[in-house]
Design a binder for this molecule. Structure first.
Ligand code: NDP
Length: 448
C-alpha cells in the first residue's frame, strides 16, 4: 500500500482510532483517501472546513433489537442497523442487507461507498445503508415475514420519502421489500410509495429495477470496451454469485453477444461451456431458491465444482457480483494469466486492494463498484421519480435512461481521471468525481 499524503494520513489515523475492529470500513475509507491527494492540493478549502473528516463520520447510526418468533414458536433474536451516512445531496439512499456476516463495520463500508456512488449518478440522493445479521436461508416465507415486520417496527420511525429511502441488497429482494412495505404502511397509515424502492410492479415498483444493477454493470463494461475500440460480441465472460446482480449481468452480457461460461454461489461454481441457460438459472435461484448443484444436475453441458475459485475459469471479462473481498491477489493473478482484460465490479468492493494492484500492473481495465454498479441505485431514483409523479414508465424508456446514466458515469470517470492527472484510472476518476460533488454541497450547506 502506498503512503498517504501528510494531510490525509492524520485523517486515516483518526478513522482507525474512532472505529476499531471495522476492517471493511477501514478498507473503503482508505481506498477513497488513496485517490484524494491531488484533490486536497487543488482545494485547500476542503481541508479548512474539515470536509474529509466529516464525510468519514456518519451523520447518524441506528442499532436496534429485532426479536421474532420462528415456526416452532421459539423466540429468535437478531440485530438491526441503519447507518444514515450523508445527506448533503438528498435523502439517505441505500439498500438493506440480511446476511449472518452483517455487523456495523460492513454496514458502514457499504454506506460510505454509497455516498459517492449516488453522487456519481447525478441524482439528488444522499448515502446510507442498513441490514441485519438475520439469515433468510432455510427460513419459511412466514418466518421471513415475521422478521421483516419486527425489523420495520423499529426502522419505520427513522425513514420516509424525504428522509431515508431503503432498498434491497444481499438477502433482500422483492419478497422482503413487500413485507417491509406492508408493515410500514400498516404502522404509519400512509401509502407512501417513495419510502422504499425495489417494490413489486403492481404496487409502485419500477420496470427495470430488478435488472438494473446487473444490466448497468454490463453497460459500463461495454463502455470500457468501446473506449478501446472493442465490443462484447464473441467475448467470454464470468460472473461470480448467482443472485440478483449476477443473473441480470449474465442476461445483458448474453444479449450483447458474449458467452457467460460460469457463475458461483457460496457452495462452489458451475461451468457451462455452451453459455449459461438463464431461464434454468432463474428457476433454480429465484423460484426454487436452490443451490447451483441443481443447475448442473439439470444441464448436460454444465458441471459443478464444489468450493474452489470461479476465477480459475478462463475468460476475457470478469464481473464479480457476489460479495466484498471475494477476489484476492491470487485470483487476480489467475485472471491475468488466463488473458482477462476487463474487470467490472457488480458487487460492492469484491476485489481486495492487492487484487486491484495486480490489475493495474497488468494493464487490465478495472471499474470499481461505486461506478460500475451504480445502475441499481440510479434506477431506484427513477422509481422515486415515478412515485412522486404517480406515473409509471415503459421498460424501453426506463432502460434507455439507465443506459444513458451508465454512459454518463463512465465518461465522467474518465474526464475526472484526466483532469486530476491519472488518465484511464477508473478508481481515481470515480472517487474524485463523487467526492468533489459531495464536498462542494457540504461546503455550501455550512458546518452541520
Ligand atoms: P443476492 O443475495 O441476490 O445474491 C448474492 C449472491 O452472492 C448469491 O449467489 C450468494 O450465494 C453469493 N454470495 C454471497 N456471499 C457470498 C460469499 N461469502 N461467498 C460466495 N458467494 C457469496 O445479492 P445481490 O445480487 O443483490 O448483491 C450482490 C452484490 O451486489 C453485493 O455486494 C451487493 O452489495 C451488490 N449490489 C447490489 C445491488 C442490488 O441492486 N441488488 C446494487 C449495487 C450493488 P449464496 O446464495 O450461496 O449465499
Amino acid at each position: 500500500m502506498n503512503d498517504l499524503n501528510p494531510t490525509l494520513q492524520p485523517v486515516f489515523d483518526e478513522i482507525l482510532a474512532r472505529n476499531p475492529g471495522e476492517n471493511e470500513f477501514h478498507q473503503a475509507t482508505r481506498e477513497l483517501l488513496d485517490s484524494l491527494a491531488p484533490v486536497v492540493a487543488r482545494h485547500p478549502e476542503y481541508t479548512d472546513a474539515a470536509i474529509i473528516r466529516r464525510v468519514c463520520e456518519p451523520e447518524r447510526q441506528i442499532i436496534f433489537r429485532v426479536p421474532w418468533v420462528d415456526d416452532a414458536g421459539q423466540v429468535q433474536l437478531n440485530r438491526g442497523f441503519r447507518v444514515e451516512f450523508n445527506s448533503a445531496l438528498g435523502p439517505y439512499k441505500g439498500g438493506l442487507r440480511f446476511h449472518p456476516s452483517v455487523y456495523l463495520g460492513i454496514v458502514k463500508f457499504l454506506g460510505f461507498e454509497q455516498i459517492f456512488k449516488n453522487a456519481l449518478t447525478g441524482m439528488p440522493i444522499g448515502g446510507g445503508k442498513g441490514g441485519s445479521d438475520f439469515d433468510p436461508k432455510g427460513r419459511s416465507d412466514a418466518e421471513v415475514m415475521r422478521f421483516c415486520q419486527s425489523f420495520m417496527t423499529e426502522l419505520y420511525r427513522h425513514i420516509g420519502e424525504y428522509t431515508d429511502v431503503p432498498a434491497g441488497d444481499i438477502g433482500v429482494g422483492g419478497r422482503e421489500i413487500g413485507y417491509l412495505f406492508g408493515q410500514y404502511k400498516r404502522i404509519t397509515n400512509r401509502y407512501e410509495s417513495g419510502v422504499l424502492t425495489g417494490k413489486g410492479l403492481g404496487w409502485g415498483g419500477s420496470l427495470v429495477r430488478t435488472e438494473a444493477t446487473g444490466y448497468g454493470t454490463v453497460y459500463f463494461a461495454q463502455e470500457i470496451l468501446r473506449a478501446r475500440g472493442q465490443s462484447l460480441e464473441g467475448r467470454t465472460v464470468i460472473v461470480s454469485g448467482s443472485g440478483n446482480v449476477a443473473i441480470y449481468a449474465a442476461q445483458k452480457a448474453t444479449a450483447l453477444g458474449a458467452t457467460v461460461v460460469a457463475c458461483s454461489d457460496s457452495g462452489g461454481y458451475v461451468v457451462d461451456e455452451k453459455g449459461l441457460d438463464l431461464e434454468l438459472l432463474k428457476d433454480v435461484k429465484e423460484v426454487r431458491r436452490e443451490r447451483l448443484t441443481a443447475y448442473a444436475d439439470a444441464r448436460e453441458s454444465a458441471h459443478h465444482v464444489a468450493g474452489g475459485s470461479v476465477w480459475d475459469v478462463p475468460c476475457d471479462i470478469a464481473l464479480p457480483c457476489a460479495t466484498q473481498n471475494e477476489l484476492d491477489k491470487s485470483h487476480a493473478l489467475a485472471l491475468v494469466r488466463n488473458g482477462c482484460t476487463v474487470v467490472a465490479e457488480g458487487a460492492n468492493m469484491p476485489c481486495t486492494p492487492d487484487a486491484v494492484q495486480v490489475f493495474a500492473k497488468a494493464g487490465v481495465a478495472f471499474a470499481p463498484g461505486k461506478a460500475a454498479n451504480a445502475g441499481g441505485v440510479a434506477t431506484s431514483a427513477l422509481e422515486m421519480q415515478q412515485n412522486a409523479s404517480r406515473d409509471s414508465w415503459s421498460f424501453a424508456h426506463t432502460e434507455q435512461r439507465l443506459e444513458e446514466i451508465m454512459i454518463g458515469i463512465h465518461a465522467r470517470c474518465l474526464e475526472t481521471a484526466d483532469a486530476y492527472g491519472s488518465p484511464g484510472n477508473y478508481v481515481d476518476g470515480a472517487n474524485i468525481a463523487g467526492f468533489v460533488q459531495v464536498a462542494d454541497a457540504m461546503l455550501a450547506l455550512g458546518v452541520i
